[in-house]
Design a protein around this ligand. Sequence first.
Ligand SMILES: [Zn+2]
Ligand SMILES: [Zn+2]
Length: 458
Amino acid sequence: MNLTFCGAARIVTGSCYLIESGKDKILVDCGMFQGTKEITRLNYEPFRFDPKKISYVLLTHAHIDHCGLIPKLVKEGFRGKIFATSATIDLCRIMLEDSAEVQQTQTEEENKRRLREGQEIRYPLYDVEEARASFPYFSEVEYERTYSITKNLQARYLDAGHIIGSSTIEVYVAENSETKKIVFSGDVGQWDAPIVHDPTPVEETDYLVIESTYGNRLHEDVKLRDDLLLSYVRETYKKRGKLLIPSFAVERTQELLYAFNKLFRAGKMPNEKVFLDSPLAIKATGIFTRHREDYDKEALEYKDPFGFPNLVYCNTTEESKEINEYSGPCIVIAGNGMATGGRIRHHFRHGLWNPKNTVLFVGYQAEGTLGREILEGSKMVKMMGMSIAVKADIRMIDSFSAHADLDGLLKWIYAMKRKPKKIFLVHGEPDSIDSFRAKLKKEGYKTDVPKLGETIAL
Ligand SMILES: [Zn+2]
Ligand SMILES: [Zn+2]
């Protein structure tokens, strides 16, 4: 059997692995490359396989860096089945439509510049219709059940505890009267994170393909974050200002709502409004509310874990604009998480210069993003064609990550009964992979860091 690393090799995004055994050609994930121009350019390159010859996709979860190229795959002739959990399928629908819309707006902007510079115009990878055309190929699977995908290939999904519906996938491939097992970790969640279960460790495997996003970092204690959150709310309200939170629509936003809900119910939250200013996040919250089967014990205790009396949903642009006129202290949660686009930029325009306000980052800010610039202490930023002074207080809580840190990843690996023959480290920046690898080597594990496009015979 051959395993080809078609993405997320020595980078975080573009998760996509090709398993070839006999006549079977199966993908695990089909994600979009995200980040710098150099990386996103890879989305426009031809696939490293013929989409018409792929019979199945095993999908770990609904983040765009894992599912974002599925519409391109279908557009180019894939007609097989995409196996995913029920929550993943629901989330994929809204994520892929949104991804198409974002691409359409971005290419329109880019094409204005391209035309000015006399260059050829660009087309989005897919439009909303093409995103929707991929929906009929999704097929639902349940956790902890073994599915015979082909005559020689079986798969079992385990809860990865990363976002709702997220999976680790165990793959069994029978070849020449021998069965080999490969495990794809997917993105591994944090232990004790709210809403979702803890990650499910794997009993044993021959080969392991594991993410390394935080292979060189340790998170703050997850148990302290509600207190930290409350302290930033109080600090902002003392100034009678707004707490502006750039947030990703899926998981991060629901974790914030969940935390605010708990604080409200405990009588700790001041009685002010919380605006959720993101149509995508509102839709995602609806999906979270429906998929109680993926909740942990604590989340199940709530009838509606994400609803509380002071929460205001802003779907329309008018509702969003009204927040600017709102003078009282309040919380505004808006996309996107790194302030590279979305409604948060409008709130920054109206509020970043005002020392009464606080900006709270609850996630990783990639290099080159507006979020990173502000977090690193810029006193003046350029956005929407204007210069804006940064006078608001800037805060960060980094334990809101949906990824396990180094200790979490090691705990997950150490839980196995025996050491795998080989561990492939993927889905990480080089620094992160290097320190993760060094740690594993010290413990006697055999590791490999595949290159983009590399094929390994197993
Ligand atoms: Zn993910
Ligand atoms: Zn990922």
